[in-house]
Every structure is written in structure tokens, then in C-alpha cells.
Design a protein around this ligand. Structure first.
Ligand SMILES: Nc1ncnc2c1ncn2[C@@H]1O[C@H](COP(=O)(O)OP(=O)(O)OP(=O)(O)O)[C@@H](O)[C@H]1O
Ligand SMILES: [Mg+2]
Length: 256
């Protein structure tokens, strides 16, 4: 398969600090990739460069062979902190993601908003304001907004970090479902090894700063691509989880 999102020999320096050092990574279209690595190793920095929010000191990031040098609606970012607008309803927040879509009519925007509201299970909360819904729901709003905007690539930086365990588990299943239905390319950062194994087609483990790829694990080959809550009970799931935990302990110490 052809490489779609490419980190090409990336170096990133902030003053005296070398955050990323000659890192290369190629991601296939529709692949669900999870980044794992110690705190401060440069994961967010890599994501910001993929989002066009920051530029590499050397090397480049390409999407479909085109160099990324600015934000673009094809790449949506969902971060840990909720980024919904309090003065807009849930519906309004999702529609806001399409504000630059001059190619869509008002009716098409409304239809898309409804489609994504349903997809993330918020159709009953369309008229609610963000401060009246739970954190998990706000996170779903952010995901729906990204999808409605038409992003082909979702860059998710610890998006479930602040959620309680049950909500988190439910959103993991939903995200996997959205991924398979919508054929998106996803990069997802987490510190949670089980979350990583459950979600990923592929896990990239980074070293301590400067970020270097220490392992590239094909999870899809071992767990398949159909994930349900029961996937977590498979012996293969435990085996992978232990394998990844081991790698992280060995390669990065216990700085997670
Ligand atoms: N704008 C900036 N200016 C200076 N230093 C920065 C800047 N952004 C990031 N850094 C430094 O780069 C390093 C990597 O940061 P980054 O946020 O990418 O790590 P991370 O892997 O996302 O960590 P975490 O897991 O804690 O989120 C850190 O040492 C950080 O202090
Ligand atoms: Mg980070």
C-alpha cells in the first residue's frame, strides 16, 4: 500500500533542546496509529507538525506527497482539553467545523451535522450547551466537529485522558467503529498501554527525547481490525499488552 502521511527525516530543535532527531515514519491511508512514549519525548511536537501548527527544523511532513506547512481542514485535531465553544449549542459546535466549506450548501451542512450527531450518539443533545453536558459528551462533540469538517486525518492528542474509565472504554469502542465506517487515518497519542492495544492497527513506541522510533508493532496482524469489548479478554490482547509494557519499561525506563 502507498504511504499517505509521511514524516520524512524530521529534526525539531527548540533553542538548545533537540526534541526530534532525524525521525522518519510512513503511515498508510486509513491506518489507526497510536504513539506511545515517555513524557516530554516529542509526541505532541510531532502531531503539531502533522497538523501544520509547527514546522520542522529539518525534514518535512507530507500528506499525499504534498508538504504540510499550514493547518488545513483535511487534518483535524482533537486535544485532551475540550475545545467546544460555550456560546454555541452542541449542534452549533459541530456546524462550526464546516464554516470554511463554501462547497456545501446550508442544507448539506445541516444534513452532515445530523449525520455526525447520530454517529457519536448525541442526537438527543443537539440543542444543549457544552457546559450542561458531560466531559465525555464534549469530547464526542469535538470528534464530530472534526469529522463534519471533512478531515481525512484525525490527530488526537490524549483525547480521552481526562475521562472516567467507563466513558473512556465506551468512546474507545465508538472511535474504532467510526474509524472503520469512515475510513479515516488516525494518529492517537496515549500513555495508556491497554488503550493503545485496543485502538491501534499499529503502535509506534518512541524513545526518550529526542524522539526516535524504538518499536513499530503490527497490532492488526495479531488482533484483527474488528474490536469489541470482548477483544480485551483475548489471550492475544494480554500477550500484546505485556509485550508493549515490556518494551516501554526496557526502552524508556519508567518515565511514563
Ligand atoms: N514551543 C516550545 N518551546 C520550547 N520547548 C518546547 C516547545 N514545545 C515543546 N517543547 C519541549 O519539547 C519537548 C517535547 O515536548 P512534547 O510536548 O512534544 O512532548 P510529549 O511527548 O508530547 O510529552 P507528554 O507525553 O508529556 O505530552 C519537551 O521537553 C518540551 O518542553
Ligand atoms: Mg504531549
Amino acid at each position: 500500500m502507498q504511504d499517505y502521511l509521511q514524516f520524512d527525516n524530521i529534526t525539531k530543535v527548540f533553542g538548545p533542546v533537540n526534541v526530534v532527531s532525524r525521525t522518519s515514519l510512513a503511515i498508510e491511508r486509513t491506518q489507526f496509529v497510536v504513539f506511545l512514549g515517555p513524557s516530554g519525548c516529542g509526541k505532541t511536537t510531532l502531531m503539531r507538525m502533522a497538523g501544520g501548527l509547527d514546522t520542522p527544523t529539518e525534514g518535512c511532513v507530507r500528506l499525499d506527497r504534498e508538504i504540510i506547512d499550514k493547518p488545513d481542514r483535511r487534518r483535524g485535531m482533537v486535544f485532551q482539553s475540550y475545545s467546544s465553544f460555550p456560546w454555541l449549542t452542541v449542534e452549533g459546535n459541530i456546524e462550526f467545523g464546516m464554516r470554511y466549506r463554501t462547497d456545501l450548501t446550508k442544507e448539506e451542512k445541516t444534513a452532515r451535522t445530523r449525520h455526525y450527531l447520530r454517529l457519536v450518539g448525541l442526537e438527543d443533545f443537539a440543542g444543549a450547551y457544552p457546559n450542561r453536558i458531560s466531559g465525555g459528551m464534549r469530547q464526542r462533540v469535538a470528534i464530530a466537529r472534526s469529522l463534519a469538517a471533512g478531515s481525512d486525518v484525525l490527530l488526537m492528542d490524549e483525547p480521552f485522558g481526562a475521562l472516567d474509565a467507563l466513558t473512556r472504554e465506551r468512546l474507545q469502542v465508538e472511535l474504532r467503529r467510526i474509524h472503520s465506517r469512515e475510513k479515516k487515518t488516525i494518529i492517537f497519542v496515549t500513555h495508556d498501554v491497554e488503550e493503545a492495544v485496543f485502538l491501534a492497527d499499529r503502535i509506534i513506541v518512541f524513545s526518550r527525547r529526542p524522539a526516535r522510533v524504538v518499536a513499530d508493532i503490527d497490532v492488526a496482524a495479531r488482533l484483527g481490525t474488528d474490536r469489541t469489548l470482548e477483544s480485551r479478554e483475548l489471550p492475544e490482547f494480554f500477550a500484546l499488552r505485556n509485550h508493549v509494557l515490556h518494551l516501554i519499561r526496557n526502552e524508556t525506563g519508567d518515565m511514563m
